[in-house]
Write a protein that binds this ligand. Structure first.
Ligand SMILES: Nc1nc2c(c(=O)[nH]1)N[C@H]1C(S)=C(S)[C@@H](COP(=O)(O)OP(=O)(O)OC[C@H]3O[C@@H](n4cnc5c(=O)[nH]c(N)nc54)[C@H](O)[C@@H]3O)O[C@H]1N2
Ligand SMILES: Nc1nc2c(c(=O)[nH]1)N[C@H]1C(S)=C(S)[C@@H](COP(=O)(O)OP(=O)(O)OC[C@H]3O[C@@H](n4cnc5c(=O)[nH]c(N)nc54)[C@H](O)[C@@H]3O)O[C@H]1N2
Ligand code: SF4
Ligand SMILES: [Mo]
Length: 730
């Protein structure tokens, strides 16, 4: 049965500049703010410091927070306009229940009763694991911790996972495999000290604009900047060397670069010997990837590969950073391992100005992957399958180890399990899978099959339209808590305003449901700090050790870097100093990687590669930024980027609309003819739903290690179309 009670287009039409927050007295007479609240941006993992201007319990603007060391007052367009979202007229302000006549307001008590009734019914009929939880990495550490405890202790289900599964779990898996820990190795203050920097698979200028100034500072200090990307992005335009890789070929390219370094002796044999395992296998493997072979696979000229190797290998200090461009692949984990091999073999790690990191995406992309809301993980970044780790957590939670559920399904696997009838009920907070998962139709039909579905969000996301109950949660500025930035620095989010109407703070919503299913003693929290105190204790002795961190310390010290095992510990801005890694023997592991082609490669029927990603003014599934007028105006609709050569081949001209079709579905969008993309590749940003959604096209094949989807490569065919055809799509 299709569950939709209101056509999605009706909702989409409400988005945009015409409907947005205006203070009760208008913008002209705003006057002096009541207070300025020091906090952090609600969007990406950089977590820029910002001061929110508050007037009459509304956020009405911002002031720069220049003392915060990371961004020193700078913000990107999203940070500047975020204040327009909090009191948006679309905010959910009361619980909603699906009825034959559409969603109707419901009291909290009735809504909670109904949720608990449905959970109990499904679990009684089909077992505890038939009810699953999906959570998010925009949530604070406190909420992420609570969601894991809620699933395992209150629901007693093994099936909890989070939207980070779509983001950077491949990098996380590679870091764990190689280093025994999953965190950026260097604080950003190391970047200007590097003499060579490789940025691969990251559109830094649009996705982490604040990072650009660090890269430019390094360049001013004499660093060579090397960018690897199929598109000449803004950061690539200012690079010293640009390697236009064919999507899905990064492991061959990085193997080729290491091949050149080894051949020329630009490696650190002492470091390899003293601090690593596995180099011999890696050396033998990369021997097969001469610059010529790497060129044939990756499309990057051999000369450029040699140049990149030389700059990296002969620089006194070097940093390699990457983001989703190499991670969103069926070979995602292995791609990251080739980068790590490179940093380890050259000994460029654990030193001022030398290191390696993946750039965290979501607001709490770092912290939210440490405290136990992943299907394979317990608090403190512990392993759910490790008997010692399980025993510690069970004891601290006051439950029997035997009662603690085991390894659950990943977010991506859950959709299949819903199709298969294995999962019947779902509670989802802070995740919009209908827009963000690959192969939208597969996701939609899964959501329709759920017997019971509860969504907690502050806006009616596209996914929420499929729910039976929608609970109005809190926006970031309506609650306090901590998040962990891209650098690994734990910072404090401060409450600026109360939630509007009858919306509740997220952690209270979860605690209310948990107490009905479990006992008060397991969920006794009266405020976020109570949750943080428990989180610290649970993390003690784990890999992600927060025990020495407190709200007070964070405020006084402008954040504390974990690991921080006790109150007198200064925190750990730079990992791996002195070649000390986090495996039991203190050594790092290298892994030999063979190149594998993407799951769906081009062929005669679908001859063009589609890659997907972001634009500067929109954020993720767009629920938030598609409601902020000035950001919508900056980039109102998704546009297909096509190279002029491909355009000529297809008879496409400037201003044309094109039909892009994959094996799953099609979209009709306007195109932009740009020289900055490879001629064999097209790009579509993914922030829009329904007929404008890039994920109608994408492939839901998964990386076997991390289960991240292959968002960055699928095969499509393209033909000229027109606007009328686009409008006719349903
Ligand atoms: N404006 C904005 N900023 C954001 C976000 C947002 O939605 N909007 N989201 C945040 C989040 S959650 C994330 S995860 C980050 C993502 O940050 P990024 O990873 O930097 O962004 P993407 O656009 O997903 O992809 C990065 C680049 O990878 C390139 N690429 C595609 N295929 C390949 C390939 O096979 N190999 C290589 N080497 N490169 C490839 C693309 O051309 C693109 O330029 O941004 C964060 N910041
Ligand atoms: N084709 C393609 N698809 C992709 C990607 C790609 O590059 N290409 N990138 C992937 C990546 S890297 C990511 S991270 C995912 C992101 O995908 P999603 O996580 O689905 O995207 P969001 O837009 O962050 O959805 C979060 C929802 O939570 C709500 N929310 C935000 N903060 C809070 C909060 O504090 N409390 C509550 N209760 N709700 C909150 C928002 O309103 C929104 O509806 O998308 C992935 N999908
Ligand atoms: S760079 Fe990220 S954290 Fe900073 S203002 Fe922009 S979106 Fe916000
Ligand atoms: Mo992400």
């Amino acid at each position: 049965m299709a569950k939709l009670t209101q056509p999605i287009d009706q909702m989409i039409d409400r988005f945009g500049p015409h409907l947005q927050f205006t203070p009760p007295g208008g913008w002209e007479d705003i006057g002096e703010p009541d207070k300025l609240v020091k906090t952090h941006c609600c969007f990406c993992g950089v977590q820029c410091g910002i001061q929110l201007k508050v007037k009459d319990n509304d956020v009405v603007g911002f002031e720069p927070w220049e003392e915060f060391p990371l961004n020193k007052g700078m913000l990107c367009p999203k940070g500047v306009k975020r204040y327009l979202q909090g009191r948006h007229p679309d905010r959910l302000t009361t619980p909603l229940k699906r009825t034959p006549n559409g969603f109707q307001p419901e009291t909290w008590d009735n809504a909670n009763d109904s949720i608990v009734e449905n959970i109990e019914k499904i679990q009684a009929e089909h077992g505890n694991d038939a009810f699953a939880v999906l959570s998010g990495a925009s949530l604070t550490n406190e909420k992420a911790y609570l969601m894991g405890k809620f699933a395992r202790v209150a629901l007693k289900t093994k099936n909890i996972d989070y939207n980070g599964r779509l983001c950077m779990v491949s990098a996380g898996a590679a870091n764990k495999m190689a280093f025994g820990i999953d965190r950026a190795a260097n604080p950003w203050s190391d970047i200007p000290l590097a003499k060579c920097i490789i940025v691969t698979g990251s559109n830094v200028g649009e996705c982490f604009p604040i990072l650009t100034s660090y890269l430019w500072e390094a360049r001013d200090n004499g660093a060579k900047i090397i960018v690897i990307d199929p598109r000449m992005t803004p950061i690539a335009r200012t690079a010293d060397l640009f390697l236009p890789v064919r999507p899905g070929r990064d492991s061959a390219l990085m193997n080729g670069i290491l091949h050149v370094c080894i051949k020329n002796g630009w490696i650190d044999e002492e470091f390899i010997e003293a601090h690593t395992h596995g180099f011999e296998e890696v050396r033998r493997k990369v021997e097969e990837y001469s610059p010529k072979v790497a060129e044939e696979i990756s499309g990057v000229p051999a000369k450029a590969i040699e140049q990149a190797a030389e700059w990296w290998g002969t620089s006194a200090t070097s940093i390699l950073m990457h983001a989703r461009g190499i991670e969103h692949h069926t070979q995602g984990t292995e791609n990251c391992l080739t980068c790590i091999n490179h940093a380890l073999a050259t000994g460029k790690i654990g030193k001022p100005g030398s290191g390696y990191f993946t750039i965290t995406g979501q607001g709490n992309g770092q912290g939210a992957r440490e405290h136990g809301q992943r299907c394979n993980q317990l608090p403190g970044a512990r392993d759910i399958e490790n008997p010692e780790h399980r025993a510690v957590v069970a004891e601290r939670w006051g439950i029997d180890e035997a009662e603690l559920p085991g390894l659950g399904m990943t977010a991506t696997e859950m959709m299949q399990a819903i199709h298969d009838g294995e999962i019947k009920g779902l509670l989802l907070m802070c995740f919009n899978p209908l827009v963000s998962l690959p192969d939208t139709e597969f996701t939609r039909t899964a959501l329709e099959k759920l017997e019971f579905f509860c969504v907690i969000d502050f806006f009616m996301s596209e996914t929420a339209w499929y729910a039976d109950i929608v609970l109005p949660g809190s926006a970031q500025e309506e609650d306090e808590g901590t998040v962990t930035t891209s650098e690994g620095r734990v910072v404090k989010i401060n409450k600026a305003v109360d939630p509007p109407g009858d919306a509740h703070v997220d952690w209270e919503i979860i605690c209310d449901i948990a107490r009905r299913l479990s006992t008060f003693e397991h969920f006794p929290f009266q405020n976020s700090e109570d949750i943080f105190r428990e989180l610290r204790v649970l993390s003690r002795g784990g890999i992600a050790d927060y025990y020495g961190i407190s709200y007070d310390r964070i405020e006084k010290e402008m954040g504390v870097f974990w690991p921080c095992p006790d109150k007198s510990h200064p925190g750990t801005p730079r990992l791996y100093e002195g070649g000390k890694f986090y495996h039991p023997d203190g050594k790092a592991k290298m892994h030999a990687v063979d190149y594998r082609p993407p799951d769906e490669d081009v062929d005669e029927a679908y001859p063009v590669i589609l890659t997907t990603g972001r634009v500067v003014s929109q954020f993720l599934s767009g629920t938030q930024t598609r409601r902020i007028g000035p950001l919508v105006e900056q980039y109102p609709e998704p546009i297909v980027e096509i190279h002029p050569n491909l355009a000529v081949e297809l008879g496409i001209e400037v201003g044309d609309w094109v039909r892009v079709e994959s094996r799953r579905s099609f979209v009709i969008l306007e195109c932009r003819i740009v020289k900055s993309i490879r001629p064999d590749t097209v790009f579509i940003p993914y922030h829009w739903p329904e007929k404008r959604s890039a994920n109608r096209l994408t492939n839901n094949a998964l990386d076997p290690i991390s289960k991240i989807p292959e968002f960055k490569v699928c095969a499509v065919r393209i033909e000229k179309s027109d606007r009328a055809a686009a409008e006719a799509v349903t």
